[in-house]
Design a protein around this ligand. Structure first.
Ligand code: N01
Length: 561
């Protein structure tokens, strides 16, 4: 190894990775960060192409989101037969889900099964948290490490860096005044302890009513003494109608699993071919027909409600009809009219991700459950024994923060990532997460981000989205190696055009009409930029064209002499 120079820089995060320039071959073709579904599959695909890859994972086991989000009632909102890998037919034939919507323990068992079945553990370093990575221009490779400040840690040199850190992996913990004074237990849904939490007889407060809150509230209500739900924004929840997996459906899907996957890949969200959206307007039928069609899909359950008509997410007036249908369901389910009114959302339905529930609204009929509407009674402060909202003290033994995530960018911006010329990602993304194809960032050569801003994961069955991006990255890396290309970097023009494209697509929908994590609106001070791309099939087509046409929108550089 011939070392030509060494630099070291500390970013705004304080983390340091020392970039040691060298002209020799780096030890790894790619370093993969994270051992959730994306990292596991990236390792498998890299190996299949003869690439030398290593996964590093901060946790003590694999599973990513399904490792950390083990709160009571945690369950997937896409049907199990769809929310699974399709790349290996023996895997999808052998694995048997027990429920229509799998619960967290089964999903984590599945991730572990995949790791064992494809011998992935040998390529994964657990308990290893990346703190930073610096691009070394002379060596055309990344120097990545686990050290902080001036302490050493471990370092690796890799030609490529693949960030499989997940779009929803850094919990949002709002800075509530006095929270540290609270003497009871404080839990976050996204960092739930491994040991079961016993809430028997306790006064529990849940802050947050998104998917995590809805599932937690519904599950713990029968277990706790008193449950107080602190709601800032009411959520739309549609019934899961969960239950044991229908064996007839399982047999039907398994009889042609590849065909089922292919049909799903042609859907806007990469799932839902069992009941595709209707291709006509909500205004093309009578009010009675409309009600009956909404009701039919409500009885089936899950996201299919939004496919009742083809204009629900593009026409606010049509959207309002679906929203009012759900509000009527809430009014019918909740006995106390004032509580029902507070539970009725006013934003467009689907603008924030729908919650898929099991009796959420009816939970508020329980005598031990109370709703506090933070719109009229905002949280003022925590005390040693509870919290004060709207001037009223709520005594609590435990508080559950179901307050979501610093989505899509939070994890990456907590790293010391430095690209060409020492450019820090924090500076690059000061006004928002610029990217090309939802995969790459100008100034950060050979860096690939999975399920990030500019990609479709947030609107797609994420496993389908992961499979697509991983295969694209793996094919690209093999191509580049075969062509003697050492570095690939998006061009500024392509990046600007891609971000504009993502926003143009969003602008045709109702997605800009509420304060969602898609926009970064849930995190104070976060730049407001619509991050995910809507429409999986068009995205797949665009990525394929880029590959087939020799990577327009990228500059490719051969190995330095
Ligand atoms: O997080 P969220 P989540 N004071 O951001 C509230 C996926 N997921 O963990 O809406 C008071 O949706 C916040 O209020 P508001 C899924 O993609 C899937 O529930 O910002 N309240 C909101 O009510 C989902 O979209 C599954 O006004 C505060 C809640 O906390 C994503 O993860 C299960 C607050 C956060 O809701 C995130 O879901 C779980 C504050 N300072 C998650 N800050 C399934 O598959 C935030 N809130 C079923």
């Amino acid at each position: 190894m011939s070392t030509t120079s060494a630099t070291s820089a500390t970013s705004t995060t304080g983390a340091t990775a020392t970039a040691t320039s060298t002209t020799s071959q780096p030890e790894l073709d790619l370093l993969i960060v994270g051992a959730g579904f994306a990292g596991l599959y990236m390792l498998h695909q890299a190996r299949a192409r003869g690439l030398n890859a290593l996964v590093i994972e901060a946790a003590d086991s694999v599973g990513g989101t399904w490792y950390h989000n083990r709160y009571p009632g945690a369950r997937v909102d896409i049907q199990s037969m769809e929310y699974s890998f399709g790349f290996d037919d023996a895997l999808q034939q052998d694995w048997c889900w027990t429920e229509r919507y799998a619960a967290q323990p089964e999903l984590l068992a599945y991730a572990n099964h995949v790791a064992d079945r494809f011998d992935l553990r040998s390529g994964i370093l657990l308990n290893t948290r990346l703190t930073g990575a610096h691009w070394d221009e002379a060596a055309q490779s990344w120097q990545a490490g686990t050290g902080t400040g001036t302490s050493g840690g471990r370092t690796w040199r890799a030609r490529h860096l693949v960030l499989a850190t997940g779009p929803l992996s850094t919990p949002s913990e709002p800075d509530f005044p006095g929270l540290s004074d609270f003497k009871g237990q404080v839990l976050h849904t996204a960092r739930w302890p491994k040991e079961p939490v016993d809430f028997s007889g306790q006064r529990v407060g849940v802050i947050g009513t998104g998917s995590s809150g809805v599932q937690t509230i519904t599950t713990i209500a029968p277990q706790v003494g008193q449950l107080t739900v602190f709601q800032r924004t009411a959520s739309y929840a549609v019934p899961a109608h969960n239950g044991p997996l229908d064996v007839a459906l399982e047999a039907q899907v398994k009889a042609d699993y590849p065909g089922f996957r292919e049909r799903n890949r042609r859907m806007m969200g990469g799932f839902g071919s069992l009941l595709p959206p209707n291709n006509f307007s909500a205004f093309s039928v009578s009010a009675e027909q409309r009600e009956s069609m909404f009701e039919g899909r409500w009885q089936i359950g899950g996201f299919v409600l939004l496919g009742t008509f083809n204009d629900l997410i593009v026409n606010p007036a049509a959207n309002e009809l679906a929203g009012e249908f759900v509000r009527n369901k809430i009014r019918a389910a909740v006995h106390d009219p004032a509580t029902a009114a507070a539970l009725c959302p006013s934003h467009p339905i689907g603008c924030k991700r729908l919650c898929v529930d099991t009796g959420y609204y009816a939970t508020f009929n329980r005598p031990n459950v109370r709703l506090v509407d933070l719109q009229t009674a905002p949280i003022e402060r925590f005390t040693a024994t509870g919290l004060v909202a709207g001037g009223e003290e709520h005594p609590l033994d435990a508080i559950v923060l179901a307050t979501g995530f610093d989505a899509m960018t939070g994890t990456l911006l907590r790293l010391d990532l430095r690209g060409r010329g020492g450019l820090a990602l924090q500076d690059k993304w000061q006004a928002g997460p610029l990217n090309y194809l939802g995969l790459c960032v100008v100034g950060f050569p050979n860096l690939f981000n999975i399920s990030g801003p500019g990609a479709t994961a947030a609107f797609t069955n994420v496993i389908v989205a992961i499979e697509h991006q991983v295969q694209w990255i793996a094919d690209t890396l093999r191509d580049l190696r075969d062509r003697g290309v050492a570095s690939i970097e998006a061009t500024p023009e392509a990046e600007t055009a891609w971000v504009a494209h993502v926003n143009t697509v969003a602008g045709r929908t109702i997605y800009l009409n509420c304060n969602s994590w898609y926009l970064g609106a849930n995190i104070p001070g976060k730049p407001r930029m619509f991050m995910p791309l809507f429409g999986f099939p068009a995205y797949v087509q665009k990525c394929a064209e880029v590959q087939q046409q020799g990577y327009p929108g990228f500059s490719l550089a051969p190995l330095h002499a």
